[in-house]
Ligand binder design. Structure first.
Ligand code: ADP
Ligand code: MG
Length: 225
């Protein structure tokens, strides 16, 4: 049995007055690929944003066997966990595709040659070579999706976390993304409610339960005052 890469224990997360996640547990082993599924609004994106350190939480998160608690821990974790946003427009912000792809490895302090090598490698993988000089805002939605995945891969993450990566894709791009996920060698959590993708991947599926969600609403204690 491989050792755990990510462990989440008794994760409770509130947003506004609402408890979105309550005592949620998840263990991902080194090299494991899993699907996190559940209906709209159940807390899948909240889970991802919590693991990345964007939202306060109760409970324990550990990564590579070490507890992740303070700001510094999460800053380190974000260098190792690549997060592909639910909406590429929220993620992409550089003027051109080339700059977008170079951003993460430049930020990691890699040499120019190493950055260029990584940009070339992912561009080939996703067929983006001819788009490198194109302004990001001129891309189609499907192209933006491919770029949003590719620019996370250039950081060569230890764990790849993708939020609804097949939403809104045409058949060609759907297959591109699905096949990429299937063949990617590394640990992955893919958040999705795309049943076709779940069938295609045949990975372990963890369901965020609507029942937990509903009961957490029902038993919510109103704030004082
Ligand atoms: N920024 C926010 N502030 C307050 N509540 C939020 C925020 N984002 C999401 N929520 C609420 O948290 C719940 C879970 O949302 P989300 O994690 O986006 O679900 P999913 O990704 O499964 O569709 C929803 O009830 C949503 O309205
Ligand atoms: Mg979501």
């Amino acid at each position: 049995m491989e050792r755990p890469l990510l462990e989440v224990r008794n994760l409770t997360v509130r947003r506004g007055n609402r408890t979105v996640l309550r005592n949620f547990n998840l263990t991902l082993r080194e090299g494991e690929k899993l699907v996190l599924a559940g209906v709209n609004g159940v807390g899948k994106t909240t889970f991802a944003e919590t693991v990345l350190g964007f939202i306060p939480f109760e409970g324990e998160i550990s990564f590579e066997g070490k507890p992740v608690k303070g700001k510094k821990d999460f800053r380190e974790l974000r260098k190792r966990v690549g997060y592909v946003f639910q909406n590429p427009d929220d993620q992409l912000f550089m003027p051109t595709v080339r700059e977008e792809l170079a951003f993460a490895p430049e930020n990691l302090g890699l040499s120019r040659d190493e950055v260029a090598a990584r940009v070339l490698k992912v561009s080939k993988k996703f067929g983006l070579e001819n788009l490198l000089g194109v302004p990001t805002f001129n891309l189609s939605f499907g192209q933006k999706r491919l770029v949003s995945i590719a620019c996370i891969l250039t950081m060569e993450p230890k764990l790849l976390l993708l939020d609804e990566p097949t939403n809104g894709l045409d058949r060609d791009n759907w297959l591109r993304v699905a096949e990429f996920l299937q063949t990617f060698k590394g640990s992955v959590i893919v958040i999705t409610h795309d049943r076709e993708l779940i069938k295609f991947l045949r990975w372990r599926v963890v369901y965020l339960s609507e029942l937990d969600f509903v009961s957490s609403l029902k038993f919510e204690i109103p704030p004082k005052g």
